[in-house]
Design a protein around this ligand. Structure first.
Ligand SMILES: N[C@@H](CCC(=O)N[C@@H](CS)C(=O)NCC(=O)O)C(=O)O
Length: 214
């Protein structure tokens, strides 16, 4: 399939893990794309146009020619199906299923306390000094245990996949704030953080932070 017109709709601060996943996927696949910033605080994600294009609104949203799609995991899978030359998900059915499991789990209630107590502003703007609550700590311990079970060198599934980037992002919510992470997990996450497409995200210019956001 030709890339033709590809537009990624993003949030204004470039701190969303969901936008991150779509951005890194597009960069890894070397697909040319334009960026449109939509600010939900200004109701820009709920305009009739955006709702008609994407059904549910929100960002990230991908518009490819006349097809609009929201939800980061749907966007990643669409791009991987439509542009399979550079895969971002494993091809083997069981590994692909494991990849989908981990992507769903990282977006689930199990990790919600980490997302709440370690918002991505603490990675890309300034860390917090607030200690983790009991539930935050329990979620962090579980995340590290899951990471220890799945991490392989250099990548989870052999060839790099978007799950490597997503897991490294989630672990950086802890690392950026000095929360305890086992040294091999920390070293793995830092190596993933240095990948060029991930660095391209990290090095995006960001506007000054006016209001904290998760
Ligand atoms: N489950 C969604 C989450 C996306 C999300 O949380 N988007 C936020 C911005 S980072 C948003 O669009 N908020 C505004 C709205 O819901 O209208 C995904 O994976 O894409």
């Amino acid at each position: 399939m030709l890339a033709r017109m590809m537009v990624l709709h993003v949030e204004p601060r470039w701190i969303s893990p969901y936008v991150f996943s779509c951005f890194v996927t597009l960069e890894e696949k070397r697909l040319p794309f334009d960026v449109v910033v939509l600010d939900s605080a200004k109701d820009e994600t709920t305009t009739p146009d955006h709702l008609a294009r994407t059904v549910t609104g929100r960002v990230p949203a991908l518009v490819h020619d006349d097809f609009g799609l929201a939800e980061s995991n749907a966007i990643v899978e669409y791009l991987d199906d439509a542009f399979p030359d550079v895969p971002v998900l494993p091809r083997d059915p069981r590994q692909r299923a494991r990849a989908r499991q981990l992507m769903s789990w990282m977006r689930s209630d199990d990790t919600a306390p980490i997302r709440e107590e370690r918002p991505t502003t603490t990675i890309f703007y300034a860390p917090t000094t607030a200690p983790l609550s009991a539930s935050g700590l329990a979620a962090a311990v579980k995340l590290c245990a899951v990471a220890e079970r799945v991490i392989r060198e250099p990548n989870l599934f052999g060839p790099w996949s978007i799950v490597d980037a997503e897991l490294a992002f989630l672990l950086h919510r802890l690392l950026a704030n000095g929360d305890p992470v086992p040294p091999p997990v920390k070293a793995w996450a830092e190596a993933q953080w240095a990948r060029p497409t991930v660095r391209a995200w990290r090095e995006r210019p960001r506007p000054p932070l006016t209001a904290p956001r998760a």
